[in-house]
Design a protein around this ligand. Structure first.
Ligand SMILES: [Zn+2]
Length: 265
């Protein structure tokens, strides 16, 4: 357990209230980026197909579940201009521990979309994610394209992962992200029927292509928009994440200085 900076309770409460207001007051549009990204063997997430904009009546259900996650000092005391939800996919992996250390350093909580087969190898890391107050979420068993699977197999992917995560962390996952963001009415209906809310993303800096940390920071801080919840897609699994970790260490203070509050999905 990494020690954290002490919180200032009234600042956290104020940040919670304002971030919730931001979350409740906007209508989020999640749009795919044109192009069919390479399917690498590191199981990187791809953005959706061209024109695959999906409008959500509620911004990812960020109502009572939303809460500001971290932030002390002058920047956190200001009225947030918007919210950022940092999300990490495809772990737990060798890089997860370093991601957790950076998040602890900056006193920010994030959401980890875990793969069941990775949890089976690194259950202790999943436990650390949960113990440090992060949100544990479901990303299927082995990053399969769910649209190609039978309905029985889709349920198996979701339920087996949920069961394993529950066993290690005691947490029943209630949020799901489709691998590659690929879903249709059938698979979405199955996941919803199992009691999980589907979450996509707004900002994809494509860290799985391993651009420089400078590029990653620039992509994130220029693409977040005020007045809404910006779900940022990053990866803690699926390959070398050194650039992601270095960028994370710099983007958090940058976003905080811009006036963004950090929330969970
Ligand atoms: Zn993924």
């Amino acid at each position: 357990m990494i020690p954290r900076a002490p919180h200032t309770p009234h600042l956290r409460a104020r940040a919670w209230a304002t971030a919730t207001a931001v979350a409740a007051g906007v209508c989020l549009v999640v749009a795919g980026t044109p192009g069919d990204p390479p399917r690498t063997d590191d199981a990187a997430d791809a953005t959706g197909p061209p024109g695959a904009a999906v409008a959500f009546a509620s911004p990812l259900g960020l109502d009572a579940r939303a809460r500001a996650v971290g932030g002390t000092g002058a920047a956190a005391a200001r009225q947030p201009v918007g919210a950022v939800a940092l999300t990490f996919d495809d772990g737990p992996g060798p890089a997860t521990e370093a991601v957790l250390t950076v998040l602890a350093k900056h006193d920010v909580r994030a959401t980890f979309f875990m793969l069941g087969d990775r949890v089976s190898w690194r259950g202790f890391t999943a436990q650390r994610v949960a113990a440090e107050g992060h949100q544990v979420a479901n990303h299927s068993w082995n990053h399969a394209d769910m649209s190609t699977l039978s309905s029985w197999d889709v349920r198996w992917q979701v339920e087996n992962t949920r069961s394993l995560i529950k066993g290690y962390t005691g947490i029943t996952t209630t949020v799901f992200r489709f691998p590659y963001g690929k879903m249709d009415d059938r698979t979405r209906g199955i996941v919803s029927g199992l009691g999980l809310r589907v979450v996509r993303w707004d900002v994809d800096p494509r860290d799985f292509e391993q651009p420089s940390a400078d590029t990653l920071v620039e992509r994130v801080v220029t693409r977040v928009q005020p007045g809404r919840v910006n779900v940022v897609l990053l990866h803690d699994g699926g390959g070398d994440r050194q650039q992601t970790i270095a960028a994370l260490d710099r983007m958090i203070p940058h976003l905080r200085e811009q006036g963004y509050a950090f929330v969970l999905v």
